[in-house]
Design a binder for this molecule. Structure first.
Ligand SMILES: [Ca+2]
Length: 164
């Protein structure tokens, strides 16, 4: 006699592929809570958004949003770049790696003339590259629309904010 019992194939896959849980936002509550449960083993305790558990000066929200490890000192992949655009001119850009499934986070590109006053660059910038990585992150390149020679903003940054 042969017994056959259907197996919950999807759950089996999820249980054995850690980053797959990040690729299914909302599968078990808020994406950040699923991630928090995955990396800390709990959503309770001292692992709130503003906590810096590993002392690398990146809080839990930033570690989540930028695809870092909140249990190990590491640095995000964020860097400025000068990009030659189809208009034949050089444009100031910022390249960063973010969590693909972090739909509960806003990534706000900001520009500045003097590093003191920052402005939302959403209307004057555009995403020119976006490449998904196998680890559940995506590498994004955002450039100012205005060429560097005419640009009034020599500084860019990414501000991370929890979606309400
Ligand atoms: Ca870290």
């Amino acid at each position: 006699m042969v017994f056959w019992e259907p197996r919950p194939r999807v759950e089996w896959f999820l249980a054995n592929c850690s980053f797959a849980r990040r690729l299914l936002p909302g599968f078990e509550g808020d994406p950040i809570d699923s991630w928090r449960d995955l990396v800390f083993g709990t959503t309770n305790g001292d692992n709130g958004d503003e906590t810096d558990n590993d002392g690398d000066e990146w809080n839990v929200l930033a570690e989540y949003a930028l695809g870092l490890n909140p249990r190990m000192r590491d640095t995000p992949e964020i860097r400025p770049e000068i990009v030659l655009r189809p208009d034949g001119r050089q444009h100031l850009g910022i390249r960063y790696r973010r969590m693909l499934s972090a739909i509960d986070v806003h990534y706000i590109i900001e520009c500045s003339r003097d590093l003191a006053e920052w402005h939302d660059a959403g209307g004057i910038s555009e995403t020119v590259e976006s490449e998904i990585n196998i680890d559940g992150t995506v590498e994004v390149m955002v450039c100012l629309k205005e060429a560097l020679e005419n640009g009034e903003f020599p500084f860019l940054r990414v501000r991370i904010e929890r979606a309400k």
